[in-house]
Design a protein around this ligand. Structure first.
Ligand code: GLV
Ligand code: GLV
Length: 319
């Protein structure tokens, strides 16, 4: 039996899989574990199941010890893990691609609708008790039919968002480091372009790329200026892909029409200027937050752990 440390609450269905084969020490506090508690808790672990709120770096890996074999992140994004530090110690790392694709694309589309149809503004208006009635020009938004969605990062989630866009009658362009399966591109009627063109032609820009040094502030003042003044920006990927201060300024000055954000640069903090603006929809990192999806993510993370502990290849490794 190996010792598996789970650094946050995960669904019982996943924990049960681990417990059937190993000794499991799972954090069950309501708040996420403090760094100090985490460094103590991991000592002697053969495997770690981690949440995206925990940073996995040399310090943590050393606190665990040389017997550590695997770190299984319960997230598709793994910018919280310094993969090179894992690799240098012979520790396998894994993420949870695929299982959260549809749920995250749903939230991207939810934010697209919230931003373009001013749903948050409408909700706040009603709840504020302000008198309102139907009016020809009351809270007018922008239609999606016939408009262009620009997808930055055409992995599974970008493709799932493109499928939704197609159902809404939108054209799709995308920017991607690698060419996607031509059959999928044809099915989606999606055209690959460079970022400059994507920003210039899109009515909605939706971000689906991973976060890393290459994508830090990928969207900053220049890119916002390059967008159409009546366009919207949606981010369900990672906060620091967008320069939040520049976005707040662009939204305030009408450089773009609006935005929808599920992720934030200094999560859980939100840039104070964004909180003052009506033309941005803000939701608290809900991309994968369905019962079904979170269960599937945790189960996949545990399968990665169990595979490595059995001496097998994990299903979804990142190193
Ligand atoms: C969530 O943000 C994830 O990367 O899974
Ligand atoms: C999601 O699963 C992705 O890889 O984009």
């Amino acid at each position: 039996m190996a010792k598996v440390v789970v650094t946050g609450k995960i669904p019982d269905a996943a924990l049960a899989k681990l417990r059937a084969e190993h000794e499991v020490d799972a954090w069950d506090g309501d708040q996420s574990i403090s760094r100090e508690e985490l460094l103590n808790k991991v000592a002697g672990a053969d495997a770690l199941v981690t949440l995206l709120t925990e940073r996995v770096d040399a310090e943590l890996l050393d606190a665990a010890g040389e017997q550590l074999k695997v770190v299984s992140n319960v997230a598709v994004g793994y910018d919280n893990i310094v993969v090179a530090d894992c690799t240098a110690r012979g520790v396998r790392a894994s993420n949870t691609p695929g299982v959260l694709t549809e749920a995250t694309a749903d939230i991207a589309f939810g934010l697209i609708l919230m931003a373009t149809r001013r749903l948050g503004e409408g909700e706040r208006l009603i709840r504020s008790g302000t008198p309102w009635k139907w009016g020809m020009f009351f809270l007018l938004g922008s239609s999606l039919q016939g408009k262009t969605l620009g997808i930055v990062g055409m992995g599974g989630i970008g493709q799932a968002t493109a499928r939704r866009a197609k159902a809404f009658g939108m054209e799709v362009v995308y920017q991607s480091r690698s060419e996607i399966d031509p059959a999928i591109a044809a099915e989606l009627g999606a055209r690959r372009v460079e970022l400059d063109e994507l920003l210039a032609v899109s009515d909605v820009v939706s971000l689906h790329c991973p976060y890393g040094p290459d994508t830090h502030h990928l969207i900053g003042p220049e890119q916002l200026e390059a967008m159409k003044p009546d366009a919207y920006l949606v981010n369900t990927a990672r906060g620091p892909i967008v320069d939040e201060a520049a976005l707040a300024q662009a939204l305030r000055e009408g450089v773009i029409a609006g935005a929808g954000l599920d992720v934030f640069e200094k999560e859980p903090e939100v840039h104070p200027e964004l909180l003052e603006l009506e033309n941005v929809a803000l939701v608290p990192h809900l991309g994968s937050s369905t019962i079904e999806t979170r269960t599937a993510m945790a189960v996949l993370a545990c399968e990665n752990t169990l595979a490595v502990l059995r001496g097998a290849e994990p299903p979804t490794p990142v190193n």
